[in-house]
Design a protein around this ligand. Sequence first.
Ligand SMILES: Cc1cc2nc3c(=O)[nH]c(=O)nc-3n(C[C@H](O)[C@H](O)[C@H](O)COP(=O)(O)O)c2cc1C
Length: 366
Amino acid sequence: MATELSVTSTRIRFDNPFLLGSGPPGTNARVIAKSYDLGWGGVVCKTISLDASKVVNTAPRYGKLEARETGEVVGFENIELISDRDFDSWRRELRELKRDYPHKVLIASIMEEYRKEAWQEIVRAIQETGVDGLELNLSCPHGLPERRMGMAMGEDPALVREVVAWVHEVATIPVWAKLTPNVGNVVDPATAALEGGADGLSLINTILSIVGVNLATLRPMPTVEGYTVPGGYSGQAVRPIALRHVMEVARAHPGVALSGMGGIETGGHAVQFMLLGASTVQVCTGAMLRGYEIIAELKDELSRFMTDHGFGRVADFVGKSLPYFTTHADLVGRQAAAKEARAGKRHRDDEWQGAIAKETDALTAK
Ligand SMILES: Cc1cc2nc3c(=O)[nH]c(=O)nc-3n(C[C@H](O)[C@H](O)[C@H](O)COP(=O)(O)O)c2cc1C
């Protein structure tokens, strides 16, 4: 059976469901163009704000958690802020990208301070460039919350509803709200975003973390002039948490367009997000660690999975594993019922064996 990798989500058609997630992989037009040439279905650019002069990064700003024996990077912490590139350069580059790659999907990630005028100004100015959609970064966990941005909004459902509604008032293109995992119940901000008018939801952003403490200097890492702040954790280690968050939102809001991410490095990882309700997936740390070229592998692995299971389209299996979540009490009940059924079968098998033995005895006695 031929497999069709193209998907349509929130009225946007993607050649394939693999997007580069907002971060270093989509930091300017040159690398975004490169990713289109390599076959990514779309890109969410690094988060843009109106006044980049307020964005000052530190060095170092990354920390890695490596497997003890192999050195493989299993977790990644960053204290990187949103884009420090100026707004006009971004607008020019977004326009050029849409001119040169009209059929490739470009989603602009945007973030502003808690002011209606600022949000509506950035939405109007960015959608003029011709981008296909907007992703509202309501979820960066470090640095920006000090300015009441990012996660400071995303962790408060009332603010999420309000900000998304401001955007919804002026947006003419689909709007995705990017949620933070640093909350007790991710369904609350997800519901608020949908109530505010979001067309889709992206999750997860990074998880607040401390990647480690240097045993020689006793300083927590990544260490900037002897100090640090908790940063955002991503990469393979966060995948189980991301899958759980996607599942919770998909079960609470069946059929809502979800863009899932967190630790995707293979096609198999991506498929797991789809089985739990994501119709597109995003890759950030995986592309940083393994290179943009992994897209070929991701697409091949997705096609192989679909062929093996006889799925013609991605929509055929989005959410397919969701019905298999239940309560713990139900698991216990199912286990007891299965045990009973097995014991009953054993009993019936014993009776059957007994009957056969009796027949055989009777025959041999004749
Ligand atoms: C170095 C780095 C910078 C990031 N910058 C942004 C950003 O500007 N905006 C945003 O919405 N998410 C940002 N993210 C979060 C990612 O888009 C993604 O939500 C998260 O890392 C989980 O996916 P991953 O494990 O594939 O990286 C960044 C992540 C990393 C590692």
